[in-house]
Design a protein around this ligand. Sequence first.
Ligand SMILES: *[C@@H]1O[C@H](CO)[C@@H](O)[C@H](O)[C@H]1NC(C)=O
Length: 379
Amino acid sequence: MYSKLPYFIFITFFFAIQNSFAVRSPKFELKTQYEASCFPKCTCNQTTVECKNLNEIKTDVFEHILPKIWPELDTVSITGNDLGDLPNENLFGDRNRHLRLTLLDLSDNDIRSFSAETFFGAPKVQYLYLRNNEITSVGSKPFDYMPLIRVIDLTAGFAEGVSGKKKGEIIGDMLESGHHFKHLQELILNANGLIKLDSEMFCTLENLGRLILADNLFESLDLNVKCLPSLRHLDLRNNRFEIVPAFIYKGGLDLNAIDISQNPLKCDCKMEEFIKFANDDSTIFLDQGKTICKVPTELAGKGIFEIDTETTNLCQRGSRLLHWIILILIAGGCFYVYRHLRRAGKLPRMPTVFGYSQLKSNDEMNNNYNSSNNQPAFV
Ligand SMILES: *[C@@H]1O[C@H](CO)[C@@H](O)[C@H](O)[C@H]1NC(C)=O
């Protein structure tokens, strides 16, 4: 019996090993195609290459993604690096092009600049994410190689030192292209400290449907509505608007969603027209509970959709006060002029009490007249 034990152990061991190979062998096959070529610490499959927090300072990782190995690649997400200036030539190396790549996520990479050539290898991209970067400049027509682009997300995309004006210019440069962004539906410019935009800024984007400008520093905004025929969704949440820009409610836009919540709205006469507009069709307004007046004090904290525009006359309230102020000023002015002239002796001493004494002086004058002529004035 004991003599069979080594044989038994050997058999068990042999089958165990054979079994484990049998289970693993399909995985080895997959690995040879995608995983074997996968950059260290990335995850890769047939359609996706995803790398988080590699802390790379060079762009080698992109050159590892060869179209020959990933002919079906549709998603590249490489985030959490310190890439600085992207090369002024194909990010994916040589003439490599990924013809099925539709989503390119380059967020959190401290990217400072890029140019058109950078994206030569990604001509079919529809979704481009450039969130949380440090952009300070771009080359001319930087998205020219991406004619199918649908969504550009530049949330917190610029370096802190870049002025609001300069950011506006860079965005303007980005929106220059030979393909006129025919497919661009959504532009996200959140959290960029933006103050001002050129009114013609979006005139190159004929099909823009969603413009997202939340978390900026806009106090005013003037956009040429003729350039935005397809705009349906406008997000101005969390800015510095006291007064809602007139282009929104003066006609010309065909919005079905608008967000002006978290702005320090000044609900006075200048806002009356807008508040009426908003209450007429409140269904298009998002975040209504957070769309509240900051001033005047009587309305502070009140939602603009709670204001009854029939009974609350925002204009009369303001103008009544104005009338009183003007009246008081005029009265004060008259009094001052009168006193001045009187002191200078340029006014006849006006009797303080009109009436009897006035009559008396008239009598005296009449008497004088009468006495000098000795004729009654009228008999
Ligand atoms: C590849 O991976 C991504 C995310 O890691 C997943 O969503 C996708 O379904 C995978 N595709 C295939 C073909 O396995």
